[in-house]
Design a binder for this molecule. Structure first.
Ligand SMILES: Cc1ncc(COP(=O)(O)O)c(C=O)c1O
Length: 362
């Protein structure tokens, strides 16, 4: 493939099978970490910039402003570099250092919030307020506001299409993370159109408030909605069948296990989603194909999730889940009836408007 620009790579991600012990199940990872910015968020960054241009908000030489834990910022930094915009990322200490350095390397201006926070506390409220203010104050600037921007979920319609055409009509379960809710909403909305029986599970960190659980700080980065913040308007609960939580220890243990067992580095939010996906697909009643989304890669967390000292000093290092994980990915036998059948009914609904952006009240 010869590219004329780096964003031509966005969306060209592969699917990888993980063996599971339930002979009636197949589990695939959608490797969104292989987008050029290293996460699924490249998709929505393009979608939001396209929408701002289309609406006449963003003009040549203008400035993009966004509050980001890193991945949205990296996606926007790439698009801004390519299209000649300035980009200001409003960030906090909770973002991984590698993500911040990547944004800076791509030409983004990092604007740190000034409040004092605990290490595992996300400063998302101050970030949002600051980004909104900068968007108002700087001439030619546009605050993208991913939590409330319909172009965020709209950017994931292609991801759902790709998943369905890759795994075919046996798809029964989709598991991914929820932060703003943009990706689970965008994919879920499309999957439900293709086949309402596909079960959609959103996984948030324990301590996140999206599904009504009590707030407390957490270390999984880029995902969840912390206490004090509001759940994004983009979150459409009607396309999510279940919202469940996962702890930092389960999430990080899964990342470390998958790295050593399969040579694949996944990020902490994906570790959590995959832990829960492995529980579900190995339940005796599960039959069919499941997909778990790899939202980003472990390369962004070498100094945290993959650093023994960092983990143990926070009581997050444990081998408590090794037995479960080892069992979960051990293929028992093979049920040939679980095939990857060719294109699902998806191809028939491909022309459905991808910019549909119904946001249900919540
Ligand atoms: C690593 C990671 N996981 C999960 C999410 C949550 O995605 P969404 O905001 O689409 O809900 C994000 C969002 O930034 C992310 O960067």
């Amino acid at each position: 493939m010869i590219l004329s620009r780096i964003t031509d790579l966005v969306g060209h991600t592969h699917m990888m099978e993980i063996p599971v012990s339930n002979p009636n199940a197949r589990l695939f990872l959608k490797l969104e970490k292989f987008n050029p910015g290293g996460s699924m968020k490249d998709r929505m960054a393009i979608s939001m910039v396209d929408a701002a241009e289309r609406d006449g908000l963003l003009r040549p030489g203008g400035t993009i402003v966004e509050s980001s834990s890193g991945n949205t910022g990296i996606g926007l930094a790439i698009v801004a570099a390519e299209r000649g915009y300035q980009f200001i990322a409003v960030v906090d200490h909770h973002a991984s250092k590698d993500k911040l350095l990547t944004m800076r390397a791509l030409g983004a201006q990092l604007h740190f919030v000034t409040g004092v926070y605990a290490e595992n506390e996300v400063a998302v409220v101050e970030r949002q307020e600051t980004a909104a203010r900068l968007g108002r104050e700087i001439p030619g600037a546009v605050f993208m506001n991913q939590s409330d921007n319909p172009a965020n979920p709209a950017g994931y319609a292609d991801l759902a299409d790709a998943i369905c055409s890759e795994v075919g009509s046996n798809l029964r379960l989709y598991v991914s993370c929820a932060g703003t809710g943009g990706s689970i909403t965008g994919v879920g909305r499309r999957l439900k159109k293709i086949d309402p029986k596909i079960h959609v599970i959103a996984v948030e960190p324990e301590g996140s408030i999206i599904f009504g659980n009590p707030p407390h700080p957490y270390y999984q980065s880029g995902t969840g909605t912390p206490g004090g913040d509001e759940v994004g308007k983009v979150m459409d609960y009607s396309v999510v069948d279940e919202g469940i939580t996962v702890g930092d220890r389960e999430a990080f243990a899964t990342c470390r296990f998958i790295a050593r067992r399969f040579g694949l580095l996944i990020g902490g939010s994906t570790g959590g989603a995959l832990f829960r996906a492995l529980e579900r697909v190995n339940a005796p009643e599960f039959h069919g194909v499941a997909v778990c989304n790899v939202c980003d890669g472990g390369e962004k967390y070498l100094q945290s999730i993959f650093d023994d000292e960092w983990l143990s000093s926070r009581q997050l290092l444990t081998d408590q889940f090794t037995e479960f994980l080892t069992e979960a990915v051990t293929r028992r036998s093979w049920n040939a009836s679980i095939e990857i059948s060719a294109p699902s009914p998806l191809t028939l609904v491909r022309s459905v408007d991808r910019h549909e952006a119904n946001i249900s009240p919540h």
